[in-house]
Design a protein around this ligand. Structure first.
Ligand code: GLN
Length: 470
């Protein structure tokens, strides 16, 4: 059911929020064993919240926009009283004392949080195989990864275990799993959605956003999430438009820029994206070429800056205040052993890389240089948006990787983020929408827009879904 259908059915008493929550929790219990989308179910909290929604319906009062919508929350977002692991063994026992702002907003809008979803440890990865709690499988093909790092969220929505989910995107972690699982994922503008209560990976790049079955559902979730937050100084004061009302405005005449996709695209992905372009052209969009360096420079910049920031942000996990501690004779030894036992290989690799690029002799060569190239990339986008309204790319160069093939060379995996990292680096919004299949696996097309133009992207996504259905 769509978010609007759920609301209507509850309002018309065809179902109740409690029944929907029970159904979602039962589906997770019955079907999630092998998929492993959820790390924790929040049954008590879900039923309490569902009862509140049902009480509103009982009184005949107007229902809030997300009334009774069962949702999964990526386990990097803080939930009061509900275990929050960040996919890491180091937080295997951590139960936060407070809620992330996004969680508060969803519940104020009537959503019912059914559990916390699996992810790569501290959101570092592209397959959910870096989770400390086992990988998630792709419900479209269980021998494949769901993508990552928000793989549990994407797979849960694709499998119908919940209606929508929250993910986070630092270098592609909402859009790439959305593409791999055949659903919709939105990266909002930097500062559009509060990050209070998000465990920081790379603070200048981290974003929270929705994973849903349709652009219309994404518009509803974004509507609930977006807006200023006094608890997050990086959150923008920019007014929030009516995303849902904008969806039905026409797309005829919309100028879509297509950049050079470079080499290394899976042929089936290239073909699916070509078909997408043809459909958009047929619907009256004006397609042109834009020159935008969507090349490995973005990847290099991203993996310098993200690791630098991660090495600093992850210093707080020391066994001293919360999480799992490995006891030892001295304090430094306790911290060393806690971090050694608690962090997985990829997280350690990132901390080492980040420490290296920030170290005295290399700061100018790596960190400062990366900041400069980041600024150039942003300017490149700004210039391109003088000529076009939206930039179109594939979301990923290939379809979902086979499970268990985490390559011996991590750089290969990093390179697959080529189309997703630029929008994070520029802080601009991007939407991934399903656009057919390649060799039986879902393909995603990405629409990138200027700052705070989420409404334009969602509108294009909404029309594109209808063109696809024709
Ligand atoms: N795949 C990227 C990485 O491993 C993106 C992660 C993310 O967006 N959280 O860093």
């Amino acid at each position: 059911m769509t978010i609007e259908q759920i609301r209507t059915q509850i309002a018309e008493r065809q179902t109740t929020a409690t029944r929907l929550a029970e159904q979602s929790l039962a589906a997770i219990s019955a079907e999630d064993g092998e998929l492993n989308c959820f790390l924790t179910q929040s049954r008590e909290r879900a039923l309490e919240q569902a009862a509140k929604v049902d009480a509103i319906a009982d009184r005949g009062d107007p229902l809030p926009p997300l009334a009774g919508v069962p949702m999964g929350i990526k386990d990097v977002l803080s939930t009061r009283g509900v275990r929050t692991t960040c996919g890491s063994r180091i937080l295997a026992n951590y139960v936060p004392a407070y809620d992330a702002t996004t969680v508060v907003r969803l519940e104020s809008a009537g959503a019912v949080i059914v559990g916390k979803t699996n992810c790569d440890e501290f959101a570092m990865g592209s397959s959910t195989e870096n989770s400390g709690f086992g990988p998630t499988r792709n419900p479209r093909n269980r021998s494949r990864v769901p993508g990552g790092s928000s793989g549990g969220s994407a797979a849960a929505v694709a499998a119908g275990l919940c209606t929508a989910a929250l993910g986070t995107d630092t270098g592609g972690s909402i859009r790439q799993p959305a593409a791999f699982c055949g659903i919709v994922g939105l990266l909002p503008t930097y500062g559009r959605v509060s990050r209070y209560g998000l465990a920081a990976f790379a603070s200048s790049l981290d974003h929270v956003g929705p994973l849903t079955l349709s652009s219309r559902d994404a518009a509803h979730v974004l509507q609930a999430l977006a807006g200023a937050d006094p608890l997050d100084a990086t959150c923008s004061l920019q007014p929030v438009p009516d995303y849902v009302a904008e969806l039905d405005r026409p797309i005829r005449g919309l100028r879509i820029g297509v950049a050079d996709f470079g080499t290394g695209l899976q042929p089936g992905v290239a073909a699916a994206v070509e078909r997408a372009l043809e459909r958009l052209r047929g619907a009256g969009c004006l397609i042109s070429r834009v020159s935008l360096p969507l090349n490995d420079a973005g990847i290099a910049v991203y993996y310098v800056l993200a690791t630098a920031e991660a090495s600093s942000n992850l210093a707080r996990y020391d066994g001293g205040r919360y999480g799992v501690r490995t006891e030892a004779a001295t304090l430094p030894e306790m911290i060393r052993q806690t971090r050694d036992a608690g962090f997985g290989a990829e997280v350690k690799r990132r901390i080492l890389l980040g420490t290296y690029v920030l170290s005295a002799g290399y700061y100018d060569a790596y960190y400062r240089k990366a900041q400069q190239v980041r600024a150039l990339l942003s300017r490149g986008f700004a210039a391109a948006f003088n000529d076009v309204d939206v930039i179109l790319t594939p979301t990923t160069p290939t379809t979902a990787f086979a499970l268990g093939q985490e390559s011996a060379n991590p750089v290969e995996r990093y390179l697959a983020d080529v189309f997703t990292v630029p929008a994070d680096l520029a802080g601009i919004p991007a939407l991934s929408v399903p656009c057919g299949q390649s060799e039986g696996l879902p393909v995603g097309v990405q629409f990138i827009g200027p700052p705070f133009e989420e409404a334009r992207l969602l509108r294009l996504g909404h029309h594109f879904e209808r063109l696809n259905a024709e």
